[in-house]
Design a protein around this ligand. Structure first.
Ligand code: PRX
Length: 659
């Protein structure tokens, strides 16, 4: 709660310096306003102009936006292009061939650099290799890889052939992997033997084996393995192939397969409020357009920049702002394998110094943990490093509290670099509400104003705009090119989740609550549904509940979020066992077992921070679990709300007691 209070009383405004404005891609508020006005005046013309100027089309489009089957919008749909061509070949033709595309910084600090020419050749060889195996446009692949040049190569190679990829974060369990292989109907899996993080190796290929053993993956014909560590892995002859063997003897030149603008580039699974994670389906052209434009607008990217996004390719941030966006604009970027605290808490700052990083993009959760680490170990405070190369710093994934914002601005940005607090989602494909560093006055804790062409608003439950200063649902009233196209295999769920009838059926419901101040600035208040944001990772309470009740000892479970200083939100689970409620000593043991169980079912990020056991859960007389009461109880507060509808009020006291 303290975050929300401090957000609402935040009044400081930081204007960009005249020097920054002068050189900016969007120089000043008048330039921003001109773009917004253009979009207001001629919405389709605005997007058509940008799409023609930004992308290279093998077949130019003549239709910009097709709304005939809303909310299944189509953009530029009679045009054709290839995403990988736009990221690689274009750079070979425009003088970037010998420019470094990727500076790979491995966990142990070893650096590998590839130029655009080399990356193009790697992608060409690998694409030719998987093409020779028979994979083609329309097939689906699963990519389960560590942060590496190879992960980018795999994604780009799929894009080159029109294979729709679905990247699964390396921290997800075998079970999560299996569910995604089945749901997306993958025929190809690309993985690595192991990954290395913080000096430790973590198996990946063994998780693939485990996923296969669960069944349902019979359609997969090949598992291609990048040899990262040389660790021992099980091998199925005929099915499993080393990535380097797939590339061996292949030509560097792979003819890009031109696809329709709407061809699905990728499906990325994310948590929703109900049921299983949903496969967010993105198109090719509109997505790439927005990835490229936002690189230039939000990050003010210039040819001389050294850009670094610390996200993992397993999340949407790693798709748009590592695998596609930076390449589409010919940037030099750092790709980092490790963790922020290894070998010490100065790793980020040292890496910025070492490579002369100019644009740095990370998550509030990392910032908060590094604030703590810098306090504990002053030698690794950012002030101990030369960070003078930085000129723009960004934040993504969760609300950043003003205190963390100020620390970031002062200590990392040297009171000189604009902080771009970018609000967006897996579904939006790219930034939606964010400052432009050479235009927008910054208010710590606010993601400020919508990008040009993004018709964001705050409405009440009937879809009416709320007055400035009043909270409501964050919506986007017009479609945009990078938007989600559907949920893979479940168009009904897409409509219900994002375009509810209550809001008229053509207004995108983001799932966040927000507030707009009298300057029109947006302040995100967090999710309004049963989705948690733990360290910037989205988790459905239902997902964690289903994982818990799948344990043979568990009869019932309810999961809620609790504000957490470090992780933003923490998972708290209330569990009823099939047997009697355990005493304290036993409860600790069982809680440990259940936490590990959840890690196995979903992944370590979903582990409940706390588990409390009860004889029952607070329910209404009709049997509905009263989660709002559990949220209060989880925070250690006493319930002051009306509990008259509760069948068993005494249970609150029992559950109120932490272990
Ligand atoms: O609640 C918002 C929060 O993260 C959610 C989207 O999560 P995901 O799809 O995993 O994408 C994360 C990376 C884009 C949103 O619904 N969120 C994201 N960025 C911000 C944010 N909340 C506040 N401020 C942000 N800058």
């Amino acid at each position: 709660m303290s975050t929300i209070d401090s957000v609402l009383t935040e009044t400081r405004v930081f204007q960009p310096s005249a020097e920054f404005v002068k050189q900016a891609n969007v120089p000043g508020m008048a330039a921003y306003q001109a773009l917004c006005d253009e979009a207001e005046r001629d919405f389709e013309g605005f997007w058509a102009r940008l799409a023609r100027e930004t992308l290279q089309w093998s077949k130019p489009f003549t239709r910009t936006l097709d709304e005939s089957n809303a909310p299944f919008y189509k953009w530029f749909d009679d045009g054709e292009l290839n995403v990988s061509y736009n990221c690689l070949d274009v750079n070979l033709a425009n003088g970037n061939a010998d420019k470094v595309a990727i500076i790979f910084e491995s966990d142990d600090g070893t650096v590998t650099k590839v130029t655009y020419r080399e990356l193009h050749a790697r992608v060409g060889r690998f694409a030719n290799g998987i093409k020779a195996l028979g994979y083609k446009k329309g097939d689906r692949s699963i990519i389960y890889m560590p942060m590496s040049i190879e992960a980018v190569v795999a994604m780009q190679a799929c894009a080159r052939l029109g294979i729709t990829h679905s990247v699964v974060f390396g921290g997800f369990s075998a079970k999560s992997l299996q569910e995604r292989i089945v749901d997306v109907g993958a025929t190809l899996v690309i993985t690595a033997d192991e990954q290395v993080r913080g000096g430790k190796t973590i198996p990946l290929k063994p998780a693939v084996e485990e996923a296969f053993a669960m069944g349902g993956c019979e359609a997969v014909k090949n598992v291609v393995v990048y040899r990262r560590t040389g660790g021992k892995v099980a091998w199925t002859e005929g099915r499993d192939l080393w990535m380097h063997d797939v590339e061996k003897g292949q030509s560097d030149q792979c003819e890009p397969v031109q696809v329709e603008a709407e061809h699905p580039l990728f499906v990325l699974y994310t948590s929703g409020s109900t049921g299983k994670p949903k496969g967010v389906q993105h198109a090719s052209a509109g997505y790439l357009l927005w990835a490229a434009l936002t690189m230039k607008w939000t990050f003010d990217l210039k040819p001389s920049d050294v850009y670094w996004c610390t996200a993992d390719v397993g999340w949407v941030t790693g798709h748009t702002y590592i695998a596609y966006g930076p390449l589409a604009v010919g940037a030099t970027q750092i790709v980092f394998e490790g963790v922020p605290t290894y070998p010490n808490a100065g790793r980020f700052w040292e890496t910025i110094q070492k490579h002369g990083c100019t644009i740095f993009y990370t998550a509030p959760t990392a910032i908060r943990s590094l604030i703590k680490a810098a306090e504990a170990s002053p030698d690794h405070h950012p002030k101990k490093y030369d960070l003078s190369s930085l000129r723009v710093i960004g934040s993504v994934g969760e609300p950043i509290n003003p205190e963390a914002w100020m620390w970031y601005y002062n200590n990392v940005g040297g009171e000189r670099c604009p902080v771009v607090d970018t609000w967006w989602q897996t579904e939006t494909g790219g930034h939606m509400i964010t400052p432009l560093p050479g235009a927008t006055g910054l208010k710590p804790g606010s993601c400020t104003l919508p990008l040009p062409g993004i018709m964001a608003a705050i409405v009440d439950e009937t879809g009416e705009d709320v007055e400035l200063g009043k909270g409501g649902f964050l919506v986007v009233k017009r479609p945009w090119p990078a938007m989600i196209r559907t949920i893979w295999g479940d168009p009904e769920r897409f409509k219900k989740s994002y375009y509810p009838e209550e809001l008229g059926g053509t207004c995108y419901l983001a799932g966040d609550g927000a507030n707009r101040d009298t300057d029109g600035y947006f302040w995100i208040m967090g999710r309004i549904d049963d989705v948690l944001n733990v360290s910037g990772h989205r988790l459905g309470t239902m997902e964690v509940e289903s994982a818990l009740v799948a344990h043979p000892m568990v009869a019932e479970a309810a999961v809620v979020g609790r504000p957490d200083d470090l992780t933003g939100e923490a998972v708290v689970a209330f569990v009823v066992l099939k047997r009697a409620r355990p005493d304290d000593a036993e409860a600790a043991e069982i809680a440990k077992e259940l936490r590990n169980w959840v890690a196995k079912e979903i992944g370590p990020i979903a582990k409940p921070k706390e588990i409390r056991f009860g004889d029952n859960l607070p329910k209404t007389r009709s049997g509905k679990i009263m989660r709002r009461l559990l949220r209060v109880v989880a925070q250690g507060e006493s319930v002051t709300q009306d509990v008259s509808t509760l069948e068993n009020p005494a249970i609150l006291e029992q559950l109120g007691k932490a272990l």
